[in-house]
Structure formats: C-alpha cells, structure tokens
Write a protein that binds this ligand. Structure first.
Ligand SMILES: NC(=O)c1ccc[n+]([C@@H]2O[C@H](COP(=O)([O-])OP(=O)(O)OC[C@H]3O[C@@H](n4cnc5c(N)ncnc54)[C@H](O)[C@@H]3O)[C@@H](O)[C@H]2O)c1
Length: 348
C-alpha cells in the first residue's frame, strides 16, 4: 500500500451493530491512529465507540464532518446509503459503501454516474469477495478444476431480529447473490422467487430465490429469519444463523460453512460403470485459505479500497457489479414473488 494512503483521513458514518468491526478493520488496513473519525446520530453509539477506541474522534453530523476527511465509509441503515453517498460525492470524497450499496437499482446507476463525473473512487463492501476460502474456491473454479459449474446453493438464514430498513433479500441474500455472480463470472438471465412477510412489515422475512445463468448453471439461495440456524451469529447478538454454500461442477464438488470456517472439496465426478452413473470422488480435502475474523476480512476490502484511492482505478467491487447488479436481481425477485412469474433479465 502506498505510504501516503496511511495518512488519509477516513470518516466512518454509522456505529451500530457492525460499527466496531469497521473501526477495527480500518486500523488493521493500516490507517494511522487518529485518522479515523466516527459519526453517528446516536450519542450512545458514539460513547460506545469512544469506550472501545479511546481517543477516536467523533461527530453527530456525518454530512458536516465530510469536510474534514479524504474518504467516507457508509454503514448506516440501507435506506440512508443513497442520500449520504450523494453528499459524499458532492463533497468530492472517495467512498466505500456497505452492502447492500443501495435499495434500488436506479440509485446505484445514479451513483455510478455521479462518481464518474466527480472522478471519485467508489467501492462496495460485499464481504465474501475477500473471504480467504471464497477466494481459494474462486481460484479453483477459474483454473478450470471444477469444469462446468452445474449448481450453486446457499443458505444465509436463521433465527434473527428483523431490520427496520430492509428484508432478508436485501440484507442477507445479497451476500450470496453477489458471491454466486462472482464465482460464476456471470449475471443471471432468469430469476424466480417465493417470498413471505409473516410479520407484516412490508419486507420479506423469508425468501427462496432461484437463478439461471447464461451458461446454464443453476443457483438457489434460501434466506430468512424463521429457519433454525446453526451457529451464534458473529454480528447480531442473540441470533443463531447459518451461512453456507455448496458448489457442484462436472469435475469437483465443494462446500463452505462460513460461520464454522469448515470446508470440504472433493475432486471427481460420476462415471458410467456397469450400466449406471456411479459417483467416483476423491476423499474430502479442506479448501485452502486460513480462518479469518470479520475485521480481517473487511480489512482486505479496505486495503483494496485504499490501493484504488492511490491508483485512481475503478475497483472490482464497483457500484455497478456490487450495487446495481444485485439490486436489479433483488427487484426481479420481488417482482417474481408478486406475480408468480419467472423474470428474464437482459444485461445488454
Ligand atoms: N457485511 C456484513 O456482513 C454486514 C453485517 C452487518 C451489517 N451490514 C450492513 O451495514 C449497514 C449498517 O448495519 P448495522 O447492523 O451496523 O446497522 P444498525 O442499525 O445496527 O446501526 C446503524 C447506525 O447508523 C446510525 N445512523 C443512522 N442514520 C445515520 C445518519 N444519517 N448519520 C449518522 N449515523 C446514522 C444509527 O444511529 C446506528 O447507530 C447496513 O447497510 C447493513 O446491511 C453488513
């Protein structure tokens, strides 16, 4: 990382449930002590930040504090991201936005235009793109060691509080929608979903989502707040959740339980033998990639962000790939659930 980047001043807007992870990740990413300013409209959140990070600078008005920094990190409730991002771009600040980057696809497109015109670096925070095991799995797929991908399944669900700002599709499924797009290197052309709003909030608390990619790969994602989870959630106190995926290719199959940091990869396939297709797979081996804490994974995002701030190049996790694309898929899922129809997506 370029030396001058360590001297950047960063404004983190929001110190809620995920706030401590971000602040710790900025330190791990190499930000100099004293270079982080935390803004939150809730003075109790700021008191928590100061107790956890003695000496950290704080402010209650995030927009006013933008004048004092070089970069802005937004992790407020999702429905406030667009407004705060517009303000940060207007102030000329390079910008990192937590997932989901925006609620609506049009907001992401508008931010992309504003960022381009203002020549600012704008990066998203789709967590799993920096998870060591997801990176190792992607490398295996990219090296052709899975052959053609056949099926990706994911469960990002468990017993968990609902959020005021969004449903499970925006809050949770977005992780695996992006992960599957990134692993396949494709954008789905067909989306079908079933959702339920058991709590009458106007947001889904259960969703079953199916995607079909142009190559023919199928993906299925289950999300929600009413399923039995498996492990204590690393972010939400009291929640019990599961964050696990399985990938089936013609040459290998794999699964990762991100919460338990457990993974397995089996090379092989089905072979025609004695009148039947019989499984012929090697023993399970762990997927490479060390176990990583949430602040360490996020620090990977921040290192990438600071590198792009220095080089002025567009990040891989751009507002288009990590913002517009998942938002459009979620809009299609909501439309599918409302109409009972599969929705075709044209990305041209
Ligand atoms: N990547 C991940 O694994 C992950 C995990 C948790 C949350 N998130 C995302 O991070 C964001 C925040 O989540 P959270 O769980 O910390 O939310 P939260 O609701 O617990 O906290 C949000 C904080 O923002 C503050 N806030 C609200 N509006 C503000 C404003 N205009 N200016 C300054 N402060 C304001 C609130 O007072 C609160 O302290 C969401 O977009 C969420 O989806 C990502």
């Amino acid at each position: 990382m370029a030396e001058e980047v360590k001297n950047k001043r960063v404004l983190q807007i929001g110190y809620g449930a995920f706030g401590e992870v971000h602040a710790e990740a900025w330190a791990r990413a190499g930000l100099a002590a004293g270079s982080l300013l935390i803004a939150d409209t809730d003075p109790r959140a700021l008191a928590r930040a100061q107790a956890r990070f003695p000496g950290v600078h704080v402010a209650t008005d995030g927009e006013a504090a933008m004048g004092d920094v070089d970069c802005v990190d937004i992790l407020t409730p999702t429905d406030s991201h667009y407004r705060l991002a517009c303000a940060a771009i207007a102030a000329g600040r390079d910008l990192f936005i937590e997932k989901p980057m925006t609620v609506h696809a049009w907001e992401a497109l508008d931010l992309a235009r504003r960022a381009r015109e203002a020549r600012i670096v704008l990066q998203g925070g789709l967590y799993y793109r920096q998870h060591p095991k997801a990176l190792a799995l992607k490398a295996e797929i990219a090296a052709g060691r899975f052959g053609a991908l056949r099926l990706l399944t994911g469960r990002f669900a468990g017993i968990k509080r609902t959020r005021k700002d969004s449903g499970a599709l925006h809050n949770d499924a977005v992780h695996f929608i992006d992960l599957f797009n990134w692993l396949t290197g494709e954008r789905p052309r067909l989306v079908f979903a079933l959702t339920r709003d058991h709590f009458g909030r106007g947001h889904d608390d259960l969703a079953i989502l199916q995607l079909v990619y142009p190559s023919g790969t199928i993906a299925s994602i289950e999300t929600g707040y009413i399923q039995p989870g498996r492990w204590p959630d690393s972010v939400v106190p009291g929640a019990v959740t599961m964050k696990e995926i399985a990938v089936s290719g013609e040459l290998a199959i794999a699964e990762i339980d991100f919460a338990a940091e457990v993974s397995s990869l089996r090379r092989g396939g089905h072979r025609w033998q004695e009148g039947a297709w019989r499984p012929d797979y090697g023993d399970p081996e762990p997927i490479a990639g060390a176990a990583a804490s949430a602040p360490e994974v996020l620090a990977g995002h921040f290192r990438t962000f600071l590198d792009h701030v220095a080089s002025r190049e567009e990040p891989e996790c751009s507002i288009i790939d990590c913002g517009y694309v998942p938002a459009r898929i979620i809009e299609a899922a909501i439309q599918s659930a409302r109409t009972g129809q599969a929705i075709w997506l044209d990305w041209s």
